[in-house]
Design a protein around this ligand. Structure first.
Ligand code: A3P
Length: 302
């Protein structure tokens, strides 16, 4: 357990929550969603103590749905330097995308339940895997923007499996608890994005692959930074492309100090339908069936 720096109330609560072991991690169920033991106290602390500003931008997602693409793209859209012509000033040359959008539960609230964020300049950019119902109230109620990305659960699962195997090669993986959590919190953001399209932008990885320019324009308009020139669209797309990021020196070495994953493993194939190369028909049927049940009654499907 890594929550020793947190108030004892959190530790007491741990003992009372439903628990599963998944891929050599303890998962705890809080208010209907599963969290690792190190991220749950941070998610709770963020919910209690985080105060959103109207100008904040939140990138929200489940793991392995294309978050890193947006961790690069959103700062590039928001930062005027990212859109200027001089490629030498591109922050992506020096920093892995993880460093450009700090995570609420993995970084900021992990060691301190009430961190001082006054050093962050506006607009502040954050990311989180916290499901919609559990977001800090000020995130839901202020005018800050939320971008959510989702992906076909089959490709998400395959991506997750490769990612975790990069760290743990010797353990078998049982996908179901994680996918259930994924499905449930995906629906939270989906429903809210229909109610409040000015507040939440819902993106699909598959749409970004199919129509990158169209989806990038949608994202920039939503963030209040529409593109004026076609050249800018091309530039942002190129700067944040998998091919470029994967080969940048900065992303070939080092590891995320918070999670321990090597930076290079955030970039793999980035294709749609990779599950066909990795899953048996039986597994596909099973996951499609779970997805269909979870999405029943919504237009959201894969
Ligand atoms: P694959 O494992 O299918 O290749 P996340 O960033 O949420 O962890 O998701 C990781 C997935 O996004 C991986 O998918 C990774 O290859 C892909 N990815 C990372 N950066 C990308 C980019 N710039 N463009 C497109 N896909 C990207």
């Amino acid at each position: 357990m890594e929550h020793s720096s947190f108030p004892s109330a959190f530790s007491t609560l741990f003992g009372e929550l439903p628990k599963e072991t998944w891929c050599c991690s303890d998962l705890y169920k809080w208010e209907g969603f599963w969290y690792t033991s190190s991220h749950l106290p941070a998610a709770m602390a963020a919910r209690l103590n985080f105060q959103a500003n109207d100008s904040d931008v939140f990138l929200t997602s489940s793991m392995k749905t294309g978050t890193t693409w947006l961790k690069a793209t959103i700062p590039t859209i928001m930062n005027p330097i990212g859109r200027m012509d001089d490629d030498n000033n591109d922050p992506l040359l020096k920093r892995h995308p993880n460093e450009l959008m700090p995570s609420l539960e993995v970084q900021l609230f992990k060691e301190n339940p009430n961190p001082d964020l006054s050093y962050m300049s506006s607009p502040r950019l954050f990311r989180t895997h916290i499901p919609y119902p559990m977001l800090p109230e000020s995130v839901k109620n202020s005018a800050c923007k939320i971008v959510y990305i989702t992906r076909d659960p089959k490709d998400t699962f395959v991506s997750l499996r490769h990612f975790l195997n990069s760290l743990v090669t010797t353990h078998g993986i049982d996908p179901w608890p994680m996918n259930e959590a994924f499905d449930s919190f995906c629906r939270g953001y989906w429903k809210e994005s229909i109610k409040r399209p000015e507040k939440i932008l819902f993106l699909r990885y598959e749409d970004m692959k199919k129509d990158p320019k169209g989806q990038l324009r949608r994202l920039a308009c939503f963030l209040g930074r529409p593109f004026e020139k076609e050249k800018e669209v091309d530039k942002v797309l190129w700067r944040c492309s998998l091919e470029r990021l994967k080969n940048l020196e900065v992303n070939q070495h080092g590891a995320d100090p918070w999670l321990g994953f090597e930076y290079k493993f955030y970039f793999r194939r980035g294709s749609v339908g990779d599950w066909k190369n990795n899953m048996s028909n039986e597994m596909k049927e099973k996951l499609d069936h779970i997805t269909a049940i979870k999405y029943e009654g919504s237009d959201l499907g894969f």
